[in-house]
Write a protein that binds this ligand. Structure first.
Ligand SMILES: Nc1ncnc2c1ncn2[C@@H]1O[C@H](COP(=O)(O)OP(=O)(O)OP(=O)(O)O)[C@@H](O)[C@H]1O
Ligand SMILES: [Mg+2]
Length: 298
């Protein structure tokens, strides 16, 4: 980390962030930005992001996936076999346009702003530039993304740190996937909801929870059904997608070949569930998103 920047570069980086926040922006946007978050690992954030992007793109929506996780899992699935140079690392560190960091993927109508493992090394500098760094994605990504895409999905790491706050500050909505197989789901959920409320109060008053999503549901087990019921009881039925994602081993097989399940095995129960979820998502957006994208149901 010591040789990542020299002092002069570090000063430029920090002053770049500071300068960015004073730029006035016009507000003629149309696309909707949805962050997928949960500080608990393995709840299905990446799986949800990539499968939704694939299905929505197939149905003529212009989709951008922003991989905000330096594990780079979405980038690997969507850009497997594609050569690309600029990533989130360049966007954060250099004076570079977001359009130069976005790449076409293997999936029709789906583009991706990939991440890079090196981004984790930048976090210390982002922390030094706090609170200005909170505005970085909003300033560098939001307007371009909204002007050029119908739906922007942001895959986030399993934390509730600054990088996730930056994603929430540029977003219109949040989806929180929860693992119905884990008794710790509810605890994670409560933390995630309170984090969203915090960002709404302090930085982005327009941010809304779109829905909670229940993943890895095994209807044969009492635990899975109990967790599902408990989440609905605690947060209210209206806050939870009606569609749930079943537990399905085909997801891991798809992941091994760096494909979405919807491409790897479109007839798998998990793939069908994500198709149903895309339909429900478009119906909800049609009601709650005033700017009406091309949101006719699938
Ligand atoms: N419904 C499901 N049934 C079975 N396996 C699943 C399901 N959804 C996701 N998986 C598998 O669970 C693992 C974690 O999923 P995923 O990577 O989407 O979670 P994540 O929330 O993005 O994880 P992280 O917090 O590490 O980013 C992966 O191996 C994935 O293939
Ligand atoms: Mg992930």
């Amino acid at each position: 980390m010591g040789n990542l920047f020299n002092r002069k570069e570090e000063r430029c980086f920090l002053s770049g962030i500071l300068a960015g926040v004073t730029t006035a922006r016009k507000n003629n946007m149309s696309g909707v930005i949805i962050s997928i978050i949960n500080n608990k690992g393995g709840t299905g954030k990446t799986t949800t992001t990539c499968n939704l992007a694939h299905i929505l793109g197939k149905n003529d929506k212009n989709v951008l996936v922003i991989d905000n996780d330096s594990q780079c899992n979405s980038s690997k699935i969507l850009l497997d076999g594609i050569d690309y140079t600029n990533t989130m690392y360049n966007l954060i560190k250099d004076a570079i346009q977001v359009s130069d960091c976005i790449h076409f993927t293997k999936y029709s109508n789906v583009s991706c702003l990939p991440n890079d493992e090196m981004v984790s090394a930048l976090e210390i500098f982002l922390a030094k530039a706090f609170p200005n760094s909170l505005y970085l994605y909003r300033e560098k990504i939001r307007e371009y993304a909204k002007d050029n895409y119908d739906i922007i999905l942001v895959d986030n790491p399993p934390t509730l740190g600054l990088i996730v706050a930056m994603s929430l500050y540029m977003s219109d909505f949040v989806i929180v996937p929860n693992d119905a197989g884990s008794k710790f789901s509810l605890e994670g959920l409560i933390k995630a909801i309170s984090f969203i409320n915090d960002i709404r109060e302090k930085a982005n008053p327009d941010l809304k929870l779109l829905r909670l999503l229940i993943t890895k549901v095994d209807r044969r087990t009492i635990a899975s059904t109990a967790i599902l019921q408990q989440i609905k009881k605690t947060f209210g039925e209206d806050e939870v997608f009606e569609t749930t994602i079943p537990i399905n081993t085909a997801f891991q097989q798809a992941e091994l070949s760096d494909k979405t399940l919807c491409r790897f095995r479109p007839n798998a129960t998990g793939a069908k569930a994500y198709k149903e979820l895309s339909r429900e998502l478009l119906i909800i957006l049609d009601k709650v998103w005033p700017q009406k994208i091309t949101l006719q149901a699938l």
